[in-house]
Design a protein around this ligand. Structure first.
Ligand code: MN
Length: 234
């Protein structure tokens, strides 16, 4: 029987899957903070892995936009930043996953952008407030098609981002502070991971601001590419 809703509920967010006419339905969007040393340093918060654990924030699935979109420059910021990231798509439910079994929970990968109101994020960080206004920005979670790579752990590969053709970020996934096995194991201590959870694994150094009209392109070797155009402010 059809549920008698007051109004039509929003559609399930989903992403295209390479080589398939089926789409991957999205459950949650997780983001790892400060997961490349050089980015942690540029943010003024170096990481000592020997005494720290990874940390996370989330964005609403409604913030997801597909690669190739044009998005409005968001309100209430003067410093809208790009962050290029490798994205892991979880394909199987798991809780307290051992790192050596983490590959069993991977469906595939995407290239992603974690767009950020940096000015608001830093105010929140420095005042001890939640990061939502800086991070949970409408249309800020950009993802390419999902590339099915079940059981594969990506441990290396060039990760790059350009704005209007000029390279801004260039690193390698082998520089992740917490690698993909470690992230899946650690995150699954806090959450029952579900199929359709996406994990944005963190950005390398070189983050910076965009302005209306900018065209962002990014890539991860062996996965693919992502693109976003920044439109006019509303
Ligand atoms: Mn990020």
């Amino acid at each position: 029987m059809t549920t008698n809703y007051l109004w039509t509920p929003p559609a399930v967010q989903s992403l295209p899957v390479r080589g398939s006419d089926q789409r991957l339905p999205i459950h949650r969007l997780f983001f790892v903070g400060r997961n490349y040393h050089a980015h942690a340093v540029e943010m003024g918060r170096p990481v000592d892995k020997s005494v720290e654990r990874p940390f996370y924030f989330t964005k609403a699935p409604s913030t997801l936009v597909e690669s190739g979109a044009t998005v409005a420059y968001p309100p209430e910021t003067q410093n809208y930043h790009f962050e290029m990231e490798l994205v892991v798509a979880i394909g199987k439910a798991g809780f307290r996953i051992a790192a050596e079994h983490a590959h069993e929970y991977i469906y595939g990968y995407a290239c992603g952008l974690d767009m950020t109101r940096r000015d608001l994020q830093l105010v929140a960080r420095d005042k001890g407030r939640p990061w939502d206004l800086g991070k949970d920005v409408e249309q800020s979670s950009v993802a390419s098609e999902i590339v099915p790579m079940a059981g594969t752990v990506i441990d290396s590969g060039a990760i790059e981002l350009s704005v209007n053709g000029a390279v801004k970020q260039r690193s390698d996934v082998d520089k992740l502070i917490w690698n993909i096995r470690e992230i899946i194991a650690d995150l699954s201590l806090f959450y029952h991971l579900q199929p359709g959870d996406l994990i944005y694994t963190g950005t390398p150094e070189g983050v910076g601001a965009v302005v209306p009209g900018d065209k962002i392109t990014g890539s991860v070797a062996g996965v693919g590419s992502v693109a976003l155009t920044v439109g006019a402010a509303e």
